[in-house]
Design a protein around this ligand. Structure first.
Ligand code: ZN
Length: 437
């Protein structure tokens, strides 16, 4: 939860301009969307050529001129930017007129845990605010509605919750909510008339479970948005069944280069006005519809700290489908996880870790697959109730089917999963084999 300061968004003309565009452009025909994207990309390219030392040096070394970029197809001329390159050359990405764009420093930990400072400027902040607001509005939110933000975080408030009056956000930490105080938290939802819930999917899942067990049914949300981590199938399954509304996933990044938001009809829409999203196979060619690849993103608004073709280390499946909701923003099929959500199978192939087998077994609070070596995977389960009916064989059979019969699957019932380490986010799968994909 990042503190909300009006100053970081105070550019009324720009706000109003983009508020008007974004509510129309989500329905633009594809060629008009591409035209807008090209205009925005051209503007960022101009800035990189004129004002950003890293890109000035890179383009000069490669012999690329500004006139070599004539359409969006020329984007592929730019090499992919790794997090490591950014980490070691961070200051070179600052534009020469950096200060003019009101930059704000943000520390990210990323998937590897190594911290990196990036910068948001006023323009990318406005785009972030409006695109998030647009996503809220898809889910049914209206300006002025109060909402719940629930995550697994350290909450420095002796009351055990925080009311952020500036954006009408009620903040909970799922770490301190349990069956002994769930009534009090339900009262807070009633007091603040909460309509929308957003937060980590595992926190939302856990909170729904506690309300369900306590028989509290009058505080169900009208809309739900999950953020920050990949939604696991068994989380989605339970949340949607309990709440009776769809869970809309929201994928963004601290680097402000890509935003993918799910509509209530299930489509994962790329906010094409916010950033350019490419899905690349291991050989760096574009994935065809139905194929999985890495998300490579180019932010279109950050004039203080522009990042082109940034490798997010996240994975998605490409799509050419059209969404029944009527929005024409392009789709991906789905997000498949982060680079370190993958597990190596018996043949030596890296496969994403499906979490759907976990909803074959009821009453699981948290679960995690930890690959010790290629032929041993430990599954850690934190039960909601210590008297959980244990049905291990179905889980063992399902994971063996995916990773190979020669892989041993051991199940442990524990109070807490082994990862994350301090300062990292929970993820379903963790492999101890060094990954080179
Ligand atoms: Zn849609």
């Amino acid at each position: 939860m990042i503190e909300f300061f009006f100053f970081n968004f105070f550019a009324p003309n720009e706000l109003l301009y983009w508020r008007r565009i974004l509510w129309s452009s989500q329905f633009y025909p594809q060629d008009k969307q591409k035209k807008l994207q090209w205009q925005l990309f051209s503007r960022i390219l101009d800035i990189c050529f004129k004002n950003v030392p890293f890109y000035q040096q890179l383009f000069e070394e490669m012999g690329i001129k500004r006139s070599d970029f004539k359409s969006l197809d020329d984007l592929v001329k730019i090499p992919i930017l790794s997090r490591e390159t950014l980490l070691y050359n961070k200051d070179q990405f600052k534009a020469l007129d950096f200060k003019k764009h009101r930059p704000q420093s943000i520390r990210t930990t990323g998937t590897t845990g190594a911290s990196l400072d990036v910068y948001w400027d006023i323009h990318s902040n406005i785009m972030e605010l409006l695109c998030q607001y647009r996503h809220f509005s898809w889910a049914g939110y209206r300006l002025g509605n109060s909402f719940l933000d629930i995550r697994s975080v350290l909450l420095n408030d002796p009351k055990g919750y925080h009311w952020n009056w500036k954006c009408r956000g009620l903040e909970f930490s799922s770490d301190i909510i349990d069956s002994t105080n769930i009534d009090r938290y339900a009262d807070l939802l009633r007091k603040y008339k909460i309509k929308l819930w957003r937060g980590y999917p595992e926190s939302i899942y856990y909170f729904c479970h506690l309300l369900d067990i306590a028989g509290i049914n009058d505080v169900k949300p009208a809309c739900i948005i999950s953020v920050s981590v990949t939604v696991l199938d068994f989380h989605r399954h339970f949340i949607e069944a309990w709440a009776g509304v769809p869970l809309c996933d929201n994928y963004g990044m601290d680097e402000h280069v890509a935003l993918i938001t799910q509509c209530p009809q299930g489509g994962y829409h790329i906010a094409s006005e916010y950033g350019i999203v490419e899905i690349l196979k291991p050989d760096n060619t574009h994935a065809a519809p139905g194929e999985e690849g890495r998300i490579i993103a180019t932010g279109l608004h950050n004039k203080a700290f522009p990042l082109l073709r940034y490798d997010t280390n996240d994975y998605a499946i490409a799509s050419n489908r059209v969404c029944p909701c009527g929005r024409t923003l392009p789709l991906i099929e789905r997000l498949t996880g982060r680079i370190n959500d993958f597990i190596m199978d018996a043949r030596g192939q890296w496969l994403s870790a499906p979490s759907w087998p976990m909803y074959l077994v009821n009453g699981i609070k948290k679960a995690q697959l930890v690959q010790e070596h290629q032929y041993l995977i430990n599954l850690y389960i934190v039960p909601m109730d210590p008297a959980l009916k244990r049905d291990d064989q179905i889980l063992i059979d399902t994971f063996k089917e995916r990773y190979g019969q020669s892989v041993e699957i051991k199940i442990f019932y524990v109070d807490e999963v082994p990862f994350p380490r301090y300062g990292q986010k929970y993820k379903f799968a963790h492999s101890k084999i060094k990954q080179e994909i």
